[in-house]
Ligand binder design. Structure first.
Ligand SMILES: [Zn+2]
Length: 359
Protein backbone atom coordinates (compact mmCIF):
# COMPACT_ATOMS: atom_id res chain seq x y z
CA UNK A 1 0.00 0.00 0.00
CA UNK A 2 2.90 2.34 0.68
CA UNK A 3 4.01 1.80 -2.90
CA UNK A 4 0.47 2.36 -4.20
CA UNK A 5 0.29 5.66 -2.29
CA UNK A 6 3.73 6.71 -3.57
CA UNK A 7 2.58 6.00 -7.13
CA UNK A 8 -0.54 8.11 -6.59
CA UNK A 9 1.56 10.92 -5.14
CA UNK A 10 3.63 10.99 -8.33
CA UNK A 11 0.77 12.11 -10.59
CA UNK A 12 -0.82 14.65 -8.25
CA UNK A 13 -1.61 17.74 -10.28
CA UNK A 14 -1.94 15.81 -13.55
CA UNK A 15 -5.18 13.87 -13.16
CA UNK A 16 -7.85 16.43 -12.23
CA UNK A 17 -10.83 16.30 -12.17
CA UNK A 18 -10.06 12.72 -11.09
CA UNK A 19 -8.02 11.61 -8.07
CA UNK A 20 -4.46 10.39 -8.64
CA UNK A 21 -4.77 6.78 -7.51
CA UNK A 22 -1.97 4.23 -7.16
CA UNK A 23 -2.43 0.49 -7.61
CA UNK A 24 -0.14 -2.53 -7.16
CA UNK A 25 -0.89 -6.15 -8.07
CA UNK A 26 0.98 -8.63 -5.89
CA UNK A 27 1.42 -12.41 -6.05
CA UNK A 28 1.16 -13.55 -2.44
CA UNK A 29 0.88 -17.28 -3.12
CA UNK A 30 4.48 -18.19 -2.35
CA UNK A 31 6.68 -17.67 0.70
CA UNK A 32 7.91 -14.37 -0.69
CA UNK A 33 5.29 -12.04 -2.18
CA UNK A 34 6.32 -10.32 -5.38
CA UNK A 35 4.98 -7.41 -7.38
CA UNK A 36 3.37 -8.39 -10.68
CA UNK A 37 2.48 -4.90 -11.90
CA UNK A 38 1.74 -1.36 -10.81
CA UNK A 39 -0.28 1.54 -12.13
CA UNK A 40 -1.19 5.16 -11.52
CA UNK A 41 -4.08 7.23 -12.87
CA UNK A 42 -2.98 8.68 -16.20
CA UNK A 43 -2.88 12.30 -17.40
CA UNK A 44 -6.27 13.97 -17.43
CA UNK A 45 -7.64 11.25 -15.14
CA UNK A 46 -7.90 8.25 -17.49
CA UNK A 47 -7.31 5.36 -17.64
CA UNK A 48 -7.63 4.72 -13.93
CA UNK A 49 -4.79 3.14 -11.93
CA UNK A 50 -6.53 -0.25 -11.56
CA UNK A 51 -6.93 -0.61 -15.33
CA UNK A 52 -3.29 0.34 -15.94
CA UNK A 53 -2.01 -2.22 -13.41
CA UNK A 54 -4.41 -4.98 -14.50
CA UNK A 55 -3.64 -4.48 -18.20
CA UNK A 56 0.04 -4.98 -17.44
CA UNK A 57 -0.62 -8.01 -15.24
CA UNK A 58 -2.90 -9.76 -17.74
CA UNK A 59 -3.45 -13.44 -16.85
CA UNK A 60 -0.95 -13.21 -13.98
CA UNK A 61 -3.55 -11.22 -11.98
CA UNK A 62 -5.58 -14.43 -11.48
CA UNK A 63 -5.50 -15.29 -7.76
CA UNK A 64 -3.36 -12.26 -6.90
CA UNK A 65 -3.94 -9.38 -4.45
CA UNK A 66 -4.68 -5.88 -5.69
CA UNK A 67 -3.66 -2.95 -3.48
CA UNK A 68 -5.32 0.36 -4.30
CA UNK A 69 -5.13 3.77 -2.58
CA UNK A 70 -8.86 4.54 -3.09
CA UNK A 71 -12.01 2.46 -3.47
CA UNK A 72 -12.35 1.28 -7.11
CA UNK A 73 -15.05 3.17 -9.00
CA UNK A 74 -18.34 1.43 -9.59
CA UNK A 75 -20.15 3.86 -11.89
CA UNK A 76 -20.23 4.26 -15.64
CA UNK A 77 -18.48 7.55 -16.26
CA UNK A 78 -16.43 8.29 -19.36
CA UNK A 79 -15.03 4.77 -19.02
CA UNK A 80 -16.60 1.56 -17.68
CA UNK A 81 -16.25 1.02 -13.91
CA UNK A 82 -13.00 -0.36 -12.48
CA UNK A 83 -14.95 -2.87 -10.40
CA UNK A 84 -15.82 -4.64 -13.70
CA UNK A 85 -12.14 -4.84 -14.63
CA UNK A 86 -11.12 -6.02 -11.15
CA UNK A 87 -13.75 -8.78 -11.13
CA UNK A 88 -12.89 -9.87 -14.69
CA UNK A 89 -9.17 -10.03 -13.84
CA UNK A 90 -9.69 -12.90 -11.40
CA UNK A 91 -7.86 -11.30 -8.45
CA UNK A 92 -8.63 -13.14 -5.22
CA UNK A 93 -8.26 -10.22 -2.84
CA UNK A 94 -8.47 -6.42 -2.84
CA UNK A 95 -6.87 -4.23 -0.19
CA UNK A 96 -8.16 -0.65 -0.33
CA UNK A 97 -7.06 2.32 1.76
CA UNK A 98 -10.29 4.26 1.97
CA UNK A 99 -13.84 4.58 0.75
CA UNK A 100 -14.50 7.03 -2.07
CA UNK A 101 -17.06 9.55 -0.70
CA UNK A 102 -18.22 10.31 -4.26
CA UNK A 103 -21.90 9.40 -3.88
CA UNK A 104 -21.80 7.42 -7.13
CA UNK A 105 -19.32 5.07 -5.35
CA UNK A 106 -19.48 5.51 -1.53
CA UNK A 107 -18.91 1.90 -0.55
CA UNK A 108 -20.66 0.40 -3.59
CA UNK A 109 -17.29 -0.40 -5.20
CA UNK A 110 -16.24 -2.50 -2.22
CA UNK A 111 -19.69 -4.14 -2.02
CA UNK A 112 -19.68 -5.13 -5.70
CA UNK A 113 -16.25 -6.73 -5.27
CA UNK A 114 -17.38 -8.67 -2.18
CA UNK A 115 -20.54 -9.80 -3.98
CA UNK A 116 -18.31 -11.20 -6.72
CA UNK A 117 -16.55 -13.38 -4.16
CA UNK A 118 -13.41 -11.25 -3.77
CA UNK A 119 -11.97 -10.85 -0.26
CA UNK A 120 -11.91 -7.11 0.49
CA UNK A 121 -9.92 -5.38 3.24
CA UNK A 122 -10.43 -1.64 3.70
CA UNK A 123 -8.77 1.04 5.83
CA UNK A 124 -5.15 -0.01 5.18
CA UNK A 125 -2.91 3.10 5.63
CA UNK A 126 -5.97 5.26 5.61
CA UNK A 127 -4.29 8.47 6.77
CA UNK A 128 -1.50 8.77 4.21
CA UNK A 129 -3.98 7.74 1.50
CA UNK A 130 -6.38 10.44 2.68
CA UNK A 131 -3.54 12.95 2.40
CA UNK A 132 -2.94 12.29 -1.32
CA UNK A 133 -6.68 12.13 -2.00
CA UNK A 134 -7.61 15.17 0.09
CA UNK A 135 -8.22 17.21 -3.07
CA UNK A 136 -10.67 14.73 -4.54
CA UNK A 137 -12.39 14.11 -1.20
CA UNK A 138 -12.77 17.84 -0.52
CA UNK A 139 -14.21 18.40 -3.99
CA UNK A 140 -16.83 15.66 -3.70
CA UNK A 141 -17.77 16.44 -0.08
CA UNK A 142 -17.50 20.27 -0.06
CA UNK A 143 -17.77 21.14 -3.74
CA UNK A 144 -14.43 22.98 -3.77
CA UNK A 145 -10.76 22.10 -4.22
CA UNK A 146 -8.54 21.52 -1.18
CA UNK A 147 -6.49 24.64 -0.47
CA UNK A 148 -2.85 24.62 0.60
CA UNK A 149 -1.53 27.99 1.73
CA UNK A 150 2.19 28.61 1.54
CA UNK A 151 3.71 31.59 3.29
CA UNK A 152 7.34 32.59 3.68
CA UNK A 153 8.51 34.88 6.46
CA UNK A 154 11.68 36.35 7.86
CA UNK A 155 12.78 35.35 11.35
CA UNK A 156 11.03 38.54 12.52
CA UNK A 157 7.80 37.21 10.99
CA UNK A 158 7.48 39.51 7.99
CA UNK A 159 6.38 38.39 4.52
CA UNK A 160 6.95 41.61 2.66
CA UNK A 161 7.64 45.32 2.72
CA UNK A 162 5.14 48.10 2.17
CA UNK A 163 7.99 50.25 0.86
CA UNK A 164 8.13 48.22 -2.33
CA UNK A 165 11.51 46.57 -1.90
CA UNK A 166 11.16 42.83 -2.51
CA UNK A 167 12.33 40.61 0.33
CA UNK A 168 14.51 37.63 -0.50
CA UNK A 169 13.29 35.20 2.13
CA UNK A 170 14.09 31.67 1.02
CA UNK A 171 17.16 30.04 -0.50
CA UNK A 172 17.50 27.77 -3.53
CA UNK A 173 16.80 24.55 -1.66
CA UNK A 174 13.51 25.85 -0.29
CA UNK A 175 12.55 27.32 -3.67
CA UNK A 176 13.11 23.97 -5.41
CA UNK A 177 10.83 22.35 -2.87
CA UNK A 178 8.15 24.96 -3.42
CA UNK A 179 8.37 24.32 -7.17
CA UNK A 180 7.76 20.61 -6.50
CA UNK A 181 4.69 21.54 -4.44
CA UNK A 182 3.49 23.64 -7.39
CA UNK A 183 3.93 20.66 -9.71
CA UNK A 184 1.68 18.56 -7.46
CA UNK A 185 -1.12 21.15 -7.50
CA UNK A 186 -3.87 21.55 -10.10
CA UNK A 187 -3.56 25.33 -9.85
CA UNK A 188 -1.41 28.02 -8.21
CA UNK A 189 -3.33 30.95 -6.79
CA UNK A 190 -2.22 34.44 -5.76
CA UNK A 191 -3.95 37.64 -4.74
CA UNK A 192 -3.72 40.81 -6.81
CA UNK A 193 -1.40 42.34 -4.18
CA UNK A 194 1.22 39.68 -4.84
CA UNK A 195 0.65 39.87 -8.60
CA UNK A 196 1.32 43.63 -8.54
CA UNK A 197 4.20 43.61 -6.06
CA UNK A 198 6.18 40.61 -7.34
CA UNK A 199 4.96 40.08 -10.93
CA UNK A 200 5.48 36.33 -10.39
CA UNK A 201 5.69 33.83 -13.26
CA UNK A 202 4.08 31.04 -11.16
CA UNK A 203 5.47 28.20 -13.25
CA UNK A 204 7.39 25.05 -12.34
CA UNK A 205 11.04 25.71 -13.10
CA UNK A 206 12.66 22.43 -12.11
CA UNK A 207 14.83 20.75 -14.76
CA UNK A 208 12.69 18.33 -16.76
CA UNK A 209 9.46 19.35 -15.03
CA UNK A 210 8.64 22.54 -16.93
CA UNK A 211 5.65 20.83 -18.57
CA UNK A 212 4.08 20.30 -15.15
CA UNK A 213 3.16 23.95 -14.61
CA UNK A 214 -0.42 24.03 -13.31
CA UNK A 215 -3.10 26.61 -14.10
CA UNK A 216 -2.37 30.07 -12.67
CA UNK A 217 -5.14 31.90 -10.84
CA UNK A 218 -5.19 35.54 -9.76
CA UNK A 219 -7.85 36.69 -7.30
CA UNK A 220 -8.40 40.23 -8.53
CA UNK A 221 -11.55 41.96 -7.23
CA UNK A 222 -11.31 45.08 -9.41
CA UNK A 223 -9.43 43.69 -12.44
CA UNK A 224 -6.21 45.54 -11.76
CA UNK A 225 -4.01 42.80 -13.25
CA UNK A 226 -1.70 44.73 -15.63
CA UNK A 227 -1.66 43.58 -19.27
CA UNK A 228 2.13 43.59 -18.95
CA UNK A 229 2.10 41.08 -16.08
CA UNK A 230 4.09 37.93 -16.77
CA UNK A 231 1.10 35.68 -16.02
CA UNK A 232 -0.81 37.58 -18.75
CA UNK A 233 2.02 37.63 -21.29
CA UNK A 234 2.38 33.83 -21.10
CA UNK A 235 -1.33 33.01 -20.83
CA UNK A 236 -1.41 31.15 -24.16
CA UNK A 237 1.37 28.80 -23.02
CA UNK A 238 0.32 28.27 -19.38
CA UNK A 239 -3.39 28.93 -18.73
CA UNK A 240 -4.16 31.96 -16.53
CA UNK A 241 -7.55 32.45 -14.89
CA UNK A 242 -8.49 35.73 -13.25
CA UNK A 243 -11.34 35.57 -10.73
CA UNK A 244 -13.06 38.89 -10.21
CA UNK A 245 -16.40 40.32 -9.08
CA UNK A 246 -19.49 41.12 -11.10
CA UNK A 247 -18.71 44.82 -10.56
CA UNK A 248 -15.29 44.82 -12.26
CA UNK A 249 -14.91 46.91 -15.46
CA UNK A 250 -15.89 45.18 -18.70
CA UNK A 251 -13.11 46.88 -20.74
CA UNK A 252 -10.47 45.40 -18.44
CA UNK A 253 -11.99 41.96 -18.91
CA UNK A 254 -12.02 42.35 -22.69
CA UNK A 255 -8.33 43.33 -22.78
CA UNK A 256 -7.34 40.34 -20.63
CA UNK A 257 -9.45 37.91 -22.66
CA UNK A 258 -7.83 39.17 -25.88
CA UNK A 259 -4.49 38.08 -24.45
CA UNK A 260 -5.71 34.58 -23.71
CA UNK A 261 -6.67 35.03 -20.05
CA UNK A 262 -9.92 33.49 -18.84
CA UNK A 263 -11.90 35.89 -16.64
CA UNK A 264 -14.46 34.50 -14.19
CA UNK A 265 -16.92 36.59 -12.22
CA UNK A 266 -18.38 35.80 -8.82
CA UNK A 267 -20.26 37.86 -6.22
CA UNK A 268 -18.54 40.49 -4.14
CA UNK A 269 -18.50 40.29 -0.35
CA UNK A 270 -19.50 43.22 1.91
CA UNK A 271 -16.09 44.86 1.36
CA UNK A 272 -16.38 44.58 -2.43
CA UNK A 273 -13.85 41.76 -2.65
CA UNK A 274 -14.19 38.43 -4.44
CA UNK A 275 -16.44 36.18 -2.34
CA UNK A 276 -13.91 33.42 -1.72
CA UNK A 277 -16.31 30.56 -0.88
CA UNK A 278 -18.12 31.18 -4.16
CA UNK A 279 -14.84 31.54 -6.07
CA UNK A 280 -13.54 28.22 -4.76
CA UNK A 281 -16.84 26.54 -5.48
CA UNK A 282 -16.55 27.76 -9.05
CA UNK A 283 -13.04 26.32 -9.28
CA UNK A 284 -14.46 23.03 -7.99
CA UNK A 285 -17.09 22.95 -10.71
CA UNK A 286 -14.28 23.48 -13.23
CA UNK A 287 -12.73 20.25 -11.94
CA UNK A 288 -9.88 21.57 -9.78
CA UNK A 289 -9.09 19.40 -6.75
CA UNK A 290 -5.87 20.95 -5.39
CA UNK A 291 -5.11 24.67 -5.21
CA UNK A 292 -1.73 25.91 -3.98
CA UNK A 293 -2.03 29.47 -2.69
CA UNK A 294 1.21 31.45 -2.71
CA UNK A 295 0.08 34.68 -1.32
CA UNK A 296 0.21 36.90 -0.10
CA UNK A 297 -0.63 37.44 3.55
CA UNK A 298 -3.84 39.31 2.68
CA UNK A 299 -5.34 36.48 0.63
CA UNK A 300 -4.12 33.89 3.16
CA UNK A 301 -5.85 35.77 5.95
CA UNK A 302 -9.08 36.07 3.94
CA UNK A 303 -8.98 32.31 3.28
CA UNK A 304 -8.46 31.70 7.00
CA UNK A 305 -11.40 33.94 7.87
CA UNK A 306 -13.64 31.93 5.52
CA UNK A 307 -12.29 28.64 6.93
CA UNK A 308 -10.98 27.59 3.52
CA UNK A 309 -7.46 26.47 4.47
CA UNK A 310 -6.87 22.71 4.43
CA UNK A 311 -3.07 22.70 4.61
CA UNK A 312 -0.61 25.37 5.68
CA UNK A 313 3.09 25.47 4.83
CA UNK A 314 5.03 28.14 6.69
CA UNK A 315 8.65 28.71 5.68
CA UNK A 316 10.95 30.73 7.88
CA UNK A 317 13.97 32.02 5.98
CA UNK A 318 16.76 32.22 8.47
CA UNK A 319 19.11 34.05 6.12
CA UNK A 320 16.46 36.37 4.65
CA UNK A 321 17.70 39.65 3.20
CA UNK A 322 15.81 42.93 3.34
CA UNK A 323 13.60 44.59 5.91
CA UNK A 324 9.92 43.84 6.04
CA UNK A 325 6.93 45.35 7.76
CA UNK A 326 4.00 43.23 6.53
CA UNK A 327 3.36 40.30 8.92
CA UNK A 328 3.11 36.87 7.25
CA UNK A 329 0.41 35.72 9.63
CA UNK A 330 -2.62 37.96 9.84
CA UNK A 331 -5.04 37.98 12.75
CA UNK A 332 -7.49 35.45 11.29
CA UNK A 333 -4.75 33.03 10.30
CA UNK A 334 -3.11 33.25 13.73
CA UNK A 335 -6.41 32.20 15.26
CA UNK A 336 -7.08 29.51 12.67
CA UNK A 337 -3.70 27.81 13.22
CA UNK A 338 -4.95 26.58 16.59
CA UNK A 339 -7.68 24.60 14.84
CA UNK A 340 -5.21 22.96 12.45
CA UNK A 341 -3.07 19.99 13.41
CA UNK A 342 0.69 20.60 13.48
CA UNK A 343 2.25 17.89 11.31
CA UNK A 344 5.93 18.56 11.95
CA UNK A 345 8.82 20.52 10.51
CA UNK A 346 11.66 20.01 8.14
CA UNK A 347 14.79 21.79 7.01
CA UNK A 348 15.93 22.94 3.56
CA UNK A 349 19.41 24.42 3.96
CA UNK A 350 18.94 27.31 6.41
CA UNK A 351 15.17 27.53 5.83
CA UNK A 352 12.66 25.92 8.18
CA UNK A 353 9.44 24.36 6.82
CA UNK A 354 6.49 23.89 9.19
CA UNK A 355 3.32 22.01 8.21
CA UNK A 356 -0.25 22.12 9.47
CA UNK A 357 -3.36 20.49 8.14
CA UNK A 358 -7.09 20.32 8.79
CA UNK A 359 -7.60 17.37 11.18
ZN1 LIG B 1 -11.88 3.59 -11.70
Amino acid sequence: MRLAIALGQRNLGLTWPNPSVGCVVVDESGDVPFIISQGVTQLGGRPHAERVALAEAGERARGATLYVSLEPCSHHGKSPPCTDAVIASGVARVVSALEDPDDRVAGLGHTLLRDAGIAVTTGCLREPAFRIHRGHITRVTKGRPAVTVKLARTTEGFAGSSRGARLMITGEGANARVHMMRAHADAIMVGIGTALADDPLLTVRLPGMEARSPIRIVIDSHLRTPLTARVVAGAREVPTWVVTTIAAPVEAERALVQRGVEVMRVSADAAGHVALPEALHLLGTRGLTRVFCEGGPGLADALARADLIDELVLITGRSARGEGDIPALGMALQERIDELAFMGDDQAESDLFMFWERP
